[in-house]
Design a protein around this ligand. Structure first.
Ligand SMILES: [Zn+2]
Ligand SMILES: [Zn+2]
Length: 677
């Protein structure tokens, strides 16, 4: 039996996930995997966060955090968003784990031993003050092409041109603003040229790929592949496993795809079968399928297969069903301009199924498509609520209200009933076939068409008339309608899993196989069962609010509001309540050696003793504070200052230039441990 090793592009851990990512690969991959699992296929769905590279270190410097803290933070946000949208990975790993570092180093070593890696000396900016090489994005200067200021080491945003190595005019180190020097540095290169012919044969043989993906990949081979640098001079990443190359790490695009394999290993290590991953990546009857967005095609269709061929023993990607781009309200999605719908934010207001369904109907499968809130409203109101929800609801209501909850067990099916049931079965089959071809949009239409047909049947049969004149015919019609409800509950699972699971629970459906949906049993009675409304209408006002919100967020971004620094006006009362302010008594105050601004304070908090470090030494002598009561923030993360762990922060008022600093002393009748707020 064929095994399906399915991956979705590793999301980069320097921000949350938006709808573009969801439409690009996570949603189609999840729909595919859910269907394949329901079909009874052996499938593994693997992902993880991509956590190395310069954008992470830059983000870390902006946020004044370590790179590890940054990637941990975004990993959690991403994982929650995926869970919230029902993207059910078998494993969601991280590339910063030791297992992955070892694995990536092993890839490097093998390629090196087999002669696929070469070395080259190149020129790079080096900051003597920071004592480090400066990757492209750490240098800014004047563009040599258009003379615009603020061009990065690798590209000018003003004219869009690529900037050749070390050619900026008046370059400056972004970290310290001093002028860097140019130094020689040695880097490792993957000799892609050595794979040119093999790659051509490989790509030519992939006749079943989407045309845009194969054409694009073959295009890369036209001018002949050249060696590509696979190392960089930064600290954050997988260390180059060669002696004498300290301070160099593997380029993130080199280690990232290896992350799929590491994530698979992690999954099987956890389940106590450490060798099982080999089956999925190396045995002939496994098919590796990479879901991804257009920008990732070259890495997966050209570079990754080269790496796999070079190392040897691995299956080459069987298919790469890459999607094009999704636009938002007619404009290109943009993280830097904050023109996006962020998944974590969406989930605070709306149901995941609605966005899943709306996006599935407009996936950019063969060309760029557009998402709009108005269309989401139409999809929800006009289809999920009015067609799908309506049919289920009217059937269930009719049975409960007018037929004592009985469904009728001995139907006498007429031609028209059989024809209708055949149509439903054919549609279920067709949905499956379309998903296997990665035509998710068409599969989604076909699913809604099932509900449309079912409504038609209900209307034509007029059960409300039958109830008065032909009880046995009514039983049959209701039974047939319930067969359709069951089919919708099962076939909807890949698209709208949350509503489908609810409906399945209502119907008592536990396990079913896709190919036998038409024989899943219909409950004989609905007595005592209750079904909540699955989809309600979205008001116009809600949609207007969402559109206004999009514009507002983009404006805030262009006005320079950084999402990493909470502006006070945006803190909710709930946020403020998280800050614990308490009264403390200063037991002892002393100067900190070598720091003329700091005082170390030993405090009594009523129930415990603590030490904090406060920057008030220029304004207060130790004896001014001893025995006084002060207010501190109690639940700050402890921080080390001059080697002393500070477990809180003292409250003080200061003039804007800090020339005047006054500690806030609470009323003398306050007691240590009293809370404020
Ligand atoms: Zn320029
Ligand atoms: Zn510097």
């Amino acid at each position: 039996m064929t095994r399906y090793m399915v991956t979705a592009a590793l999301p980069y851990a320097n921000g949350p996930i938006h709808i573009g990512h969801l439409a690009g690969c996570y949603l189609p991959a999840d729909i595919f995997v859910r269907y394949m699992k329901l079909k009874g296929e052996e499938v593994l769905f693997i992902c993880g966060s991509d956590e190395h590279g310069v954008p992470i270190t830059i983000k870390a410097e902006e946020m004044k955090k370590s790179p590890q803290e940054v990637v941990d933070y975004y990993h959690d946000i991403m994982e929650k968003s995926f869970k919230g949208f029902g993207i059910e990975f078998d494993n969601f790993s991280k590339t910063s784990i030791p297992l992955h570092h070892e694995n990536a180093q092993k890839f490097f070593k093998t390629l090196n031993e087999k002669g696929y890696i070469s070395k080259k000396t190149e020129k790079q900016y080096y900051c003597e003050k920071c004592r480090r090489f400066l990757p492209d994005r750490y240098v800014e200067g004047t563009c040599p092409h258009c003379k615009a200021e603020g061009a990065r080491g690798d590209q000018c945003d003003a004219c869009g041109k690529v900037i050749d190595n070390v050619s900026l005019i008046e370059p400056k180190c972004k970290l310290c603003d001093s002028t860097p020097v140019i130094r020689d540095t040695e880097h490792f290169y993957l000799d892609l040229d050595k794979f040119q012919n093999k790659l051509k044969t490989y790509l030519d043989s992939r006749t079943w790929w989407k045309e845009n993906v194969r054409e694009f990949s073959l295009g890369w081979l036209k001018d002949g592949l050249k060696p590509r640098a696979i190392t960089r001079d930064i600290d954050w990443g997988v260390k180059v496993p060669v002696e004498g190359y300290d301070g160099k790490v593997l380029y993130v695009w080199f280690d990232a795809p290896i992350g799929y394999i590491s994530s698979t290993m992690e999954f099987f290590n956890r389940s106590g079968k450490p060798d099982e991953w080999k089956k999925w990546w190396q045995e002939e009857d496994s098919k590796v399928i990479h879901f991804l967005g257009k920008d990732n095609i070259v890495f997966h269709a050209v570079i990754w297969p080269s790496m796999l061929m070079g190392v040897g023993g691995y299956n080459l990607p069987y298919d790469i069903p890459a999607n094009e781009y999704l636009n938002l309200e007619g404009k290109k999605l943009s993280t830097s301009r904050n023109w996006a719908v962020w998944l974590d934010d969406y989930l605070t207001r709306h149901k995941p199924d609605i966005l899943r369904y709306a996006l599935a109907s407009t996936l950019p499968e063969s060309k760029d498509t557009d998402f709009s809130w108005t269309e989401l409203q139409q999809k929800n109101n006009g289809e999920l609520a009015d067609i799908y929800g309506n049919f289920i609801n009217r059937t269930v209501q009719f049975i409960t209200k007018y037929n004592d909850g009985r469904v009728g067990e001995n139907p006498e099916l007429r031609n028209e009933d059989n024809e209708f049931l055949d149509t439903i079965s054919r549609k279920v089959q067709s949905i499956g076939k379309l998903i296997e071809e990665y035509s998710i949009r068409k599969a989604t239409y076909e699913f809604m068409d099932m509900a449309r047909e079912a409504n038609k049947y209900f209307t034509v049969q007029e059960p409300w008339v039958l109830g008065k004149k032909d009880k046995s015919r009514l039983d049959t019609v209701l039974y047939v309608c319930m067969k359709a409800v069951v089919a919708l509950a099962c076939a909807g699972e890949p698209f709208i899993p949350f509503a489908s699971k609810k409906l399945q629970a209502f119907l008592g459906i536990k396990n079913f196989r896709w190919d036998s949906i038409s024989s899943v049993a219909v409950p004989s009675s609905l007595e005592g069962r209750e079904l909540e409304i699955l989809f309600t209408k979205i008001e116009d006002k809600t949609i207007e609010d969402e559109k206004a919100r999009l514009g507002r967020k983009a404006e805030e971004k262009s006005a320079g509001k950084n999402e990493n620094t909470l502006s006070l006006s945006e803190i909710s009362i709930e946020d403020f309540k998280k800050v614990e302010l308490v009264v403390a008594r200063v037991l002892k105050a002393e100067r900190v050696q070598g720091a003329d601004k700091l005082l170390k304070l030993s405090l009594d908090l009523g129930t415990e003793k603590r030490e904090i470090v406060a920057g008030v030494a220029l304004h207060y002598k130790p004896e001014d504070l001893e025995n006084r009561k002060i207010v501190i923030v109690k639940n700050l993360k402890p921080a080390k200052l001059r080697g002393i762990m500070s477990q809180g922060m003292l409250l003080a008022a200061s003039s804007s230039d800090k020339s005047r600093v006054k500690v806030l002393f609470p009323d003398e009748s306050c007691e240590p441990g009293d809370t404020i707020g």
